[in-house]
Each structure stands twice: as C-alpha cells, then as structure tokens.
Design a protein. Sequence first.
Lengths: 259, 218
Amino acid sequence: MTDIVMEAKNVYKTYGKSSKKADVKLVEAVKNVSLQIRKGDIKLIFGPSGSGKSTFLRCLAMLDIPDKGEIYLGDECLTKPGVDLNKARAKIGFVFQHIYLFRHLTALGNVELALRRVLKMPKEEARERAVAALAEVKVTDCANKYPAQMSGGQAQRVGIARALARNPDIILLDEPTSALDPELTGEVIDTLRDLAKEGTTMLIVSHEMPFARDVAEEMIFYDEGKIVETGPPSLFFNAPSTDRAKRFMDRIIKRTTRE
Amino acid sequence: MDVGQQLIILLEGVSLTLSISIISFLVGIAIGFPLAFIRVYEREVGFVVDAYEKIFRGVPELVLMLMFYFGLGPFFPFPFNNAFFVAAFVLGLRSGANQSQIYRGAIRGVGDEQMIAGQSVGLSKWGAIWHIMAPQVFTYSTPGLGSEYALLIKDSAYAYVIGGLAEIMTQAIRIKSIPPYDVITPFVLAAILYIALTFPIAFWLDRWGNKRKQKIGL
C-alpha cells in the first residue's frame, strides 16, 4: 500500500476537432503524460490555453477515456476494461471551469444528490453532510437557491461543495476561477486556500499565480500535450529552466501586475 | 332541435374526447421520453428509434386506426376490438414518435455538460439521465408538449371512423342525421368546443414551463 492517491502512466488522448465532417483535425491533447499525486499533495497545472490541460484532467477522472496508458486511483487501475467507473468517479471530486451545477436543483439539492443516489446515505445524514459542506465553503445563505439565482462565485463554491461532500480521495479542479468575473475570483480562491490548509489532496488547473505561489507544492508547466517542466513555485517564479516556461511566466506575471 | 339541445349532445362527447386525448398523451410520454434518450445515448440502437418515428409520423392516423381496428381486431379481439383502446393507443403511438423528437431537441438544449457533471459525481449514465437530464428535459419541452396535446385533442376526432365512440365529432355527425338535418350548426359548435378544449391547456403548459424555465435558467 502506497500513499499515492492518483497516478497517470504514459497517458495519450487524441480527439477529432471538426467543424465539418470532411476536415477532421486531430488534436493531440495528451501525449505520453505521467504524473503521481500523493495524499495531501497540492499540485497546480498551468500552461497556454488549448494545450490539453483540461483534457488531461478529464482523463484522470475518466470523464474522457484515454486512448492509451493507465490511470490509477490508489491501487485500482481505472483503464482496465470492466472496472466500475461510476464507483471510481464517486471517489474523485471534479470542479468544472463552467461550473455545471444541476440547474433544476437548489444548492442543497446539488450537494445532496450524489450522497443520496450514489453513496445511498439516508436522507437525514445526506442533508447534514450537505449543510456542512455548504458551510465549509461559506455559501450557507444560498442553500435553497437555484444556480440561476446565484452569483458566479457562489455557484462555483457550491460546485466545490458538491465535489467535497463525498469526501473524495482527490479533488480535480479545472480552471475553477477563469470563467468568473475578476472581482469574484477572490472568494473562490479563499475557499481553495481553506481546503489547502485542511490538507485536501488537489490537482488544480489554474493561472492564479499568487495563489499558486502560496499553496502549490509543485507546479507543472503543460504545453502542447506534454509536461514541459515541473518544480516548486520558487523555480518558476525565479528561473524556469525551459525557455517556453520562462516566456509563459513572463507574460503571465506582466499581465497580473498590469491589472 | 335548437342550438341549446345540440350543444348538450355535443357536450356529452367532451369527456370521451378528453379521455382519448389525455390517455394518448400519457402513452406518448411513456413511449417518447425513453425513446429520445435511447436515440441520443444508445447510438447502436438509435436506428430502431428512427424507424419507429418514421413509420408513426409518416402513416396517416386514419390509416393506422382502420388498420388496427378492422385489420387486427378480428384476429386479436383483445384488445383491438375495443374502439376506445384502439383510438387512444394509435394516437399514443403517433404521439410517442412526435414527442420523441420534442424531447430529443430538449436534450440538446439542456446540454451534454449536465450529463458529464452528473457522471462526475458518480452517477451511472442512466442514473444521470434519470436524476439530472429527465427533469430538465421535461421542463424544456413544455411549449412543444402544449402543441402536441392540442394536436391530440384535434386528432381524437378521427376516432369517429371506427365508430362506437361518442366523442365530439361522432356526436356532431349524429346531430346532422336527426331532423331537421342541420349540417352547419353542429360542426360550428364542435369547432368552438375543440378550440375551447385545446387552447387553455396549451396556454397553461406554456406558461408553467416558461416560469419554471426562468427559475432554473434554462
């Protein structure tokens, strides 16, 4: 038994991006990517948009099935045929860039659903757990609101509560703040900082550099379907060893200071 | 026979018209709702759904009704010898084909992301369909369902051809055959009745759906 929570081994994923059927453009979003995440790790993936970060994250959660390679959740290989993926996904929290709350359910309903229908908790226990999860991300006042009635920041925090409530082994967050108005990113980042303090295992795709510097133990620079460089934040903020990472950091830091 | 008496005879047909249309509408939901999801999420058997839709949308209701009642009735007296069953069943089959298309459009409208979000919390494909997609798809479909129901009220008039069902149309024709053989008033009254039956329900469904849609931001 290792303390590795999730592992990707030589994962490949190519998908066809087509406007018309005639010219299908193949995008190699993930090319031979391997990654290990241990219990309590907080890792941050960053890189240019369209480089395949989100696809890689979806592969880890088996929401996209890799073409090749292996995904492990603890000791269980998820890419083997015949594995109960629903059961595995129940142990993986996933937070979407565009949030994707269940629109027909209140915040409470969103969080409760998996507790009731997947974990088969009794009603009262699920309610208790959901209320606690909403309190943890400080959106108790939204408990009975529908997603359409919330601000983007509130909705995303409910999204985090939805992922959190099942006590997953790991939470994967796909650019949790990039679809939000700038003044709303702060509240979501604060929530993530709280989770970090509690030792939640997280893999985050994000370009929030101040946040990355404070909480990430390891930053992963991802470009053109590959991990280009890996290291602690200090490496990237001082002197990344690859040119590509250097250029990207320059651009992103310039942008942040301008704002 | 004056207008009042005619109206009373016609009104006697209302309950049957309503039962045929309501039951066929429910049959249509029971058929169309699952078919739409099968068509979208079980691609391998999608062609069966396609064939079903083509047949029941393509063949006139009148032909279907005569075929089931006079064609199948003698061989399978139960249930095809029952005029009410045949009328409601045939319209239900047709409505199922129509409704399948309505729901399929709604599934697209609700969006695949909801499905993925559902699976991301550990629901199975059909679990996500049932708990996440179905409620939203139904809400999304309400305007279409309103007009589909209006269609069924009107089409219930076809039941006249298999006879033995005293729905509005049959009653109108009965009046026509009673002295003084008025051929205008009963049909004008029937027309008004049909409008009175279809309009409020379609209107109400539409309004309920819009309110609900607004609430959930669909």
